[in-house]
Design a protein around this ligand. Sequence first.
Ligand code: NAP
Length: 267
Amino acid sequence: MASSSTNINLSGATYCVLTGASQGIGRAIAVEVSKLLGPNSLMLLLARNKDELAITASLCESANVKVLFNPIDLSKASINDMNDVLNKSLAGRKVTDFTTSVIFHNVGSLGNLAVETFRMEDENELREYYDLNVFKVISLNTQFLKIFEEVEDRVVIVNITSLCAIKPMGGMAYYCSGKAAREMYFKVLAEEKKHIKVLNYSPGPVETAMIDHVLVEAVNDNLRDVFNSFKSQGTLLKPEMTAKKCVQVLQAGKFSPGEHVDYFDNE
Ligand SMILES: NC(=O)c1ccc[n+]([C@@H]2O[C@H](COP(=O)([O-])OP(=O)(O)OC[C@H]3O[C@@H](n4cnc5c(N)ncnc54)[C@H](OP(=O)(O)O)[C@@H]3O)[C@@H](O)[C@H]2O)c1
């Protein structure tokens, strides 16, 4: 891991947005982050499933942290919707009230695993995939940056990426290409805005609904074998393990702008 600058301190009044917070890695990161936040902090949790968001919120709520959640389909949300959700969550609070403002772009989907890469001809499906996983992530991030422009040097951005962003995995062309594009957007942003802390965190193979989905949907034999062996050999990480590492990496702040840091990287 490239060594650079300072620790990231979340112990002041912190504003934190987290997408894909209704389950899996997102829920685990929300819980880990919430433990660190100082008095007068505010969390905003986003995903579609309201009941599951409410559970995550109840796990994060504390004397220091007010937690709001908003059911939203991020694949369909307009720029105005995103702006509204962020602004409403701030209700009455000024951006300068927060010592740190952090956004975790954790939302993600696998794409169609039942189509082979040399037969990808459904452009609408591909477009929908890119909407959720790339375009809407960029739009939400842009709205976040607009709102916090005045205090940009207090902004922290974490993109939940994957080894698949930097290493091809047969049978996952939607996923790999989407993760690569998304990661590169954050790298370019980090290149331009050196005072904003940008981390691309790759969580490793984690036991979530996403893994089960691969086993059910994948047509690529190698892909099925890889994920079956993760399961049978018990090598999958628990969401809590990778969430702890993500927060540790973030707090230590030793990553270079936009760096891809993996769960298995040494500190
Ligand atoms: N699991 C792994 O091994 C692994 C490895 C590397 C990277 N990752 C990455 O880690 C992140 C989280 O993955 P996970 O394994 O925790 O997956 P997951 O259990 O499938 O969770 C995905 C999250 O995204 C939300 N989401 C999906 N579609 C949405 C939509 N249209 N609008 C709003 N929210 C939506 C889901 O909530 P709702 O259904 O409630 O909307 C859920 O909270 C993803 O970016 C994934 O690519 C995972």
